[in-house]
Design a protein around this ligand. Structure first.
Ligand code: FAD
Ligand code: UDP
Length: 368
């Protein structure tokens, strides 16, 4: 008999949901994380009463009522609606691409005029079947928006030419012909009241957790503790980079506490020109309608991932997909290891998809 049924590597959302559900089913879990806190990338740090999203702005959104009810059963969510503003060399535009943006850019006042403007630009570009992010973007919104609001932002964010990136990335953003600045089309959206830690603390309430523990530093001993390993770290690292390193995009966050009440009037302002080295400035208090006398802002600088840096975004292009599929095949042969989450599945998952993925795995593993 081993001490635990499951050793969960990673106290992020995927690992926390799995551990919670396993515990609910009478299993004993130990969750470890190499960071000194739970929550993975949704972790918040309290500064002067403001929940600072330490690893980047996180807005929960989903169309799935079950997922919404699930997260709300741990913490109530507020009614925050994400409506980022784009700053292109000092000109401000509403996002996502909607009638407000089209008016600001072209002074068009009706959906018909906006559609006609886009149609002309798409026709001039002559793209039949979009094969990459650039072609996809131009096909959706035309060349003006592509040049001012997409190209440079995308190339800063990913460190690659827009022509070398997969089309699906830009399809994350809605394009709509109504005056509606809601960044998401989903039915449910919000931020946990009191921050994301309430969610992950709720998930891990009855679970043993050890922080500051790196699975690979003490693998042999840790493996003896549990029958099954649940691994949510980078899949290439698990297999000791046997087929080479998968590429990730990393970020550097520069936080400032300012003695002003309201710095930019919005939680998210994107800088879409090519000269500004950061992609966005986050003003955290606005996620929770904060009225504190001070404010915390974060400049977000994209960086290429190197060993030791945080792997924030998988780069799901053809080259990396081929390598990932080799790791995936190896993972399928591991009988006592469950792989899940953004890093182990190498997928550009949002939080609701991570919760759904973990709950799906739980269902298959325990209930079928
Ligand atoms: P993670 O949160 O990465 O957790 C994995 C954990 O495993 C980490 O804590 C890590 O330290 C630990 N770990 C890894 N290897 C080891 C090891 N060897 N030993 C011990 N521990 C290990 N989603 C949204 O829905 N809305 C948003 O607005 C949004 N914004 C985002 C902004 C940014 C900048 C980023 C990077 C992501 C954003 N996301 C957003 C996505 C969201 O963060 C993820 O979907 C989700 O947090 C992933 O959860 P996870 O558990 O799979 O991974
Ligand atoms: N994007 C852009 N301009 C913007 C915002 C987003 O071109 O002002 C593109 C960019 O390629 C980005 C993608 O849309 O990587 C997805 O944006 P999202 O806001 O979903 O990215 P995330 O919040 O995950 O970084």
């Amino acid at each position: 008999m081993k001490q635990y049924d499951y050793l969960v590597v990673g106290a992020g959302l995927w690992g926390s949901v799995f551990a919670h559900e396993a515990t609910k089913r009478g299993k004993k879990c130990l969750v470890i994380d190499r960071r000194n806190h739970i929550g993975g990338n949704v972790y918040c740090e309290n500064v002067e009463g403001i929940n600072v999203h330490k690893y980047g702005a996180h807005i929960f959104h989903t169309n799935d009522k079950d997922i919404w009810d699930y997260v709300n059963s741990f913490v109530e969510f507020n009614r925050y609606t994400n409506s980022p503003v784009a700053n292109y060399n000092g000109e401000l535009y509403n996002l996502p691409f909607n009638m407000n943006t089209f008016y600001q850019l072209w002074k068009v006042r009706t959906p018909e005029e906006a559609k006609e403007k886009i149609r002309q630009q798409v026709e001039e570009a002559g793209i039949k079947e979009p094969g990459n992010l650039e072609e996809q973007a131009i096909s959706l919104v035309g060349t003006d928006i592509y040049k001012k609001l997409i190209k440079a932002y995308t190339e800063k964010q990913w460190g690659r030419k827009a022509t070398e990136l997969p089309a699906f990335i830009i399809k994350r953003l809605p394009v709509r012909f109504t005056f509606d600045n809601n960044y998401f089309n989903d039915r449910y959206q919000g931020i946990p009241i009191g921050g994301y830690n309430k969610l992950t603390e709720g998930l891990l309430k009855d679970v043993d957790v050890k922080l500051g523990v790196d699975f690979f530093k003490d693998k042999e001993a840790l493996m003896t503790l549990a029958e099954t390993i649940v691994y949510t770290g980078p899949i290439d690292e698990y297999f000791d980079f046997r087929f080479g390193q998968l590429e990730y995009r990393s970020l550097r966050f520069e936080n400032q506490l300012l003695d002003v009440e309201n710095y930019q009037g919005n939680a998210v302002v994107n800088y879409t020109d090519g000269e500004t080295p950061f992609t966005r400035i986050i003003e955290h208090k606005h996620f929770e309608f904060g009225t504190q006398p001070k404010t915390v802002i974060t400049h977000e600088y994209p960086q290429e991932w190197v060993k030791g840096a945080e792997p924030y975004y998988p780069v799901n292009d053809d080259k990396n997909t081929t390598v990932f599929n080799q790791y995936k095949a190896l993972a399928a042969e591991e009988t006592a290891v469950i792989f899940g989450g953004r890093l182990a599945e190498y997928r550009y998952y949002d939080m609701h998809q991570v919760v759904a993925s973990a709950l799906k795995k739980v269902k298959v593993h325990f209930d079928s």
